[in-house]
Design a protein around this ligand. Structure first.
Ligand SMILES: [Zn+2]
Length: 386
């Protein structure tokens, strides 16, 4: 397939030109025009497909649906947001329920994670190993101290496809962190109350370089008692998940994060949940009742935010338009950084010859026109005739 008249967003520059895809790989990128037959993008943007490393579900589906066919359905729906890879994320559940869900998820990973759908990179376990004081929309009665045996059990049920664990580092002595790293699971500090000093002296030294939804449900900015936010903003090599829906963080805070961390220190996430793409009303997040109204979801009867119904493309647009972020930087924030973090950058997460053709085509106002996964057009915006 030839894609021509495109603004191609590479890792360090934008090339106005054309590219060739053979089977599932990008084989050629050239500046200028070509006479070859191909898909004419009319100078739309083409960038690496978005990677959402923190998403609970959407379109009426959630990790806690616990059914293979639902996971497949989600993988087929999320490309409409420009997403080509994702980590499906669990909330705090009982051990028995997690055993059941993780076993089903494991079967999905083994047998159904292919074809014309987004690629699931594995699971992200968010809870139960989080701090009660920063539980957010997690069931307080089910929280536990970080537990190697349980984590090992769930990882085995997924056939070693547990990729990220969000946990409260202060609830353990470093041994849990070490175990995650030894087992190639990305440790992510979040839903926690750790002080900046303790984090830097213990967890950072052990190798923790990822933080779950910066600012949301973590120790913050107190000039006498700096929390995880301060440590994460201070160290350039910590990658911070940012929910840039315009609701979880005030626009001024989004700007401050961008100025402080720069595009290499941010990974846009959705924290998306079952109500994404659905009408307003009541839904379940794990076992908790939540209410969706517009782009806001709260624990029913409270103001506590409970994940988000916004799509990845919304978060990309919101951040880009708010901070006038150049497209090359946007590609780092939406794909390349997390691909490096998850060690998949050898085949996806940027546009270069030899990489998987995981791509998103965006209009000038950053609306998804087309999503290509491993060389196949998986989503086509019907309002746009390419
Ligand atoms: Zn979440």
């Amino acid at each position: 397939m030839i894609i021509k008249n495109a603004q191609i967003v590479l890792v360090d520059q934008v090339v106005k030109g054309w590219m060739e895809i053979l089977d599932d790989k990008i084989v050629k990128i050239c500046p200028g025009e070509t006479d070859q037959l191909g898909v004419d993008l009319n100078w739309s943007w083409i960038m690496p497909g978005f990677i959402d490393c923190h998403v609970h579900g959407g379109y009426g589906i959630t990790f806690e649906s616990g059914r293979i066919e639902d996971y497949v359905e989600y993988a087929k729906k999320t490309p409409q947001e420009g997403v080509t890879s994702f980590c499906l994320t669990s909330v705090t559940n009982t051990v028995e329920k997690n055993n059941q869900y993780y076993a089903e998820f494991g079967k999905f990973m083994l047998e159904f994670n292919h074809g014309e759908q987004a690629t699931c990179l594995g699971a992200h376990l968010e809870g139960p190993f989080i701090a009660p004081s920063k539980k957010g929309a997690h069931d307080a009665t089910l929280l536990k101290k970080p537990d190697i045996k349980l984590t090992q059990q769930w990882n085995q049920l997924t056939h070693e496809n547990l990729k990220i664990v969000t946990y409260a580092p202060e609830e353990q002595d470093g041994s849990y962190t070490k175990w995650l790293i030894q087992n190639k699971i990305l440790p992510s500090a979040g839903h926690c109350n750790i002080g900046a000093k303790q984090f830097l002296e213990q967890e950072y030294l052990l190798g923790v370089r990822h933080v779950t939804h910066l600012f949301n449900q973590m120790s913050g900015v107190d000039h006498h008692h700096p929390g995880l936010v301060v440590a994460a903003m201070d160290r350039d090599d910590i990658l911070c998940e940012v929910i840039s829906d315009g609701i979880h963080l005030d626009p001024l805070v989004l700007e401050m994060i961008y100025k402080t961390k720069g595009s290499k220190g941010i990974v846009i996430v959705t924290d998306g949940m079952i109500a994404k793409g659905m009408k307003d009303g009541d839904y379940l997040l794990g076992d908790l009742s939540v209410t969706k109204k517009g782009l806001r979801v709260v624990l029913k009867g409270t103001d506590t935010l409970a994940a988000s119904p916004a799509g990845f493309d919304h978060n990309v647009r919101t951040y880009a338009q708010l901070c006038q972020i150049p497209m090359v930087e946007l590609a780092h924030m939406s794909a390349t950084n997390i691909a490096k973090q998850l060690n998949i950058i050898d085949h996806t997460g940027m546009i270069a010859p030899g990489m998987d053709a995981d791509l998103v085509v965006l209009s000038n106002d950053l609306v998804v026109e087309q999503t290509i996964i491993k060389g196949k057009v998986v989503y086509q915006n019907e309002h746009k005739d390419l």
